[in-house]
Design a protein around this ligand. Structure first.
Ligand code: CDP
Length: 282
């Protein structure tokens, strides 16, 4: 308990001051999962969190909420003259996440669901529509928007870790584009997921079909082109571009099942936890 409290203080300080960065092994285990659009990050991250009893934060949901907030105010995110207004919205919006994990061992392989709240309204479905997806990378490229989101994500990370002794969660899994490079630069395990863009387009179409989306059914070429356009924007933007951290493990999921990639990550977490505990007991 005492060690956990010290760890909590350390991580809280990390989130409020960039000069204090807790070292690996001195706080709850952190897993950073990055990768291009539809590479399976959020499904993998949620299932890894469920298997390990960790908390989960979907950082893409924050950028999607800001995009939705802008669109619902009639702001055109692709118009650069609107950047200040969008940044103000990013600062003033209240964004909340609630992930529901299954607690029975029989349903351990079931997919946890994350509810997303924008100013207390449940927008879980609205932030995944094609219109939001189309504009989100332009919003995520605005520097002050990223600063505002980074602060919110760090606050949420600090809160989830400090409440963790109540929730019984032992660590944190975060997914996005800049987790290993910017948000959690000292993460204990960094994964960079990649997959062929055709495979990713097929997965995105299946996901849309499963969600019962009422939007116009898109063909695979259109979905693939949109993913590639978004990846290009994410990779080439000036602030926190999508890139693999030097110490990240790359996992190509083109031929892996979701269970296969979750198993690989869970095993790697166990391996690193054992290595850390045997080196600290020496
Ligand atoms: O689910 P999908 O991979 O399509 O996207 P997402 O994770 O929901 O993220 C939506 C968009 O937010 C991405 O295309 C990025 O432009 C942006 N994003 C980012 O810039 N940095 C993050 N840490 C997370 C998302």
């Amino acid at each position: 308990m005492a060690i956990r409290n010290i760890a909590t203080r350390l991580i809280t300080r990390n989130f409020s001051s960039s000069s204090v960065v807790p070292q690996k092994g001195t706080r709850p285990f952190q897993v950073a999962i990055d990768g291009p659009a539809a590479s399976g990050k959020s499904t993998t991250a949620k299932m890894v969190a469920q298997r390990l009893g960790f908390d989960y934060i979907d950082t893409g949901a924050f950028y999607r909420c800001v995009t939705l907030a802008a669109l619902s105010k009639g702001i055109d995110p692709s118009n650069p003259s609107q950047a200040l207004q969008i940044s103000n919205l990013a600062e003033s919006s209240h964004i909340g996440l609630k992930t529901i994990f299954s607690t029975t061992s029989a349903s351990k392989s079931s997919l946890p669901t994350t509810k997303v709240f924008l100013d207390s309204k449940d927008v879980s479905f609205e932030i995944r529509t094609g219109t939001v997806s189309k504009h989100v990378s332009a919003v995520a490229a605005i520097g002050p928007v990223r600063e505002a989101v980074l602060q919110k994500v760090r606050d949420m990370g600090a809160t989830s870790i400090s409440q963790e002794s109540n929730s019984g969660r032992d660590g944190l899994v975060m997914d996005g584009r800049d987790i290993g490079t910017v948000v959690l630069p000292n993460a204990d395990l960094k994964i960079f997921l990649v997959a062929d863009s055709r495979v990713r387009a097929e997965r995105r179409l299946q996901e849309l079909a499963r969600s019962g989306s009422k939007e116009e059914v898109l063909d695979i070429e259109t979905v693939q082109k949109d993913l590639e356009r978004r990846d290009e924007l994410d990779r080439t933007r000036e602030v926190s571009p999508l890139r693999k951290a030097d110490d990240a493990v790359e996992l190509d999921t083109s031929l892996l099942t979701i269970e296969g990639q979750v198993d690989a990550i869970v095993q790697e977490v166990h391996r690193r936890q054992q290595a850390a505990s045997s080196s600290s007991s020496q």
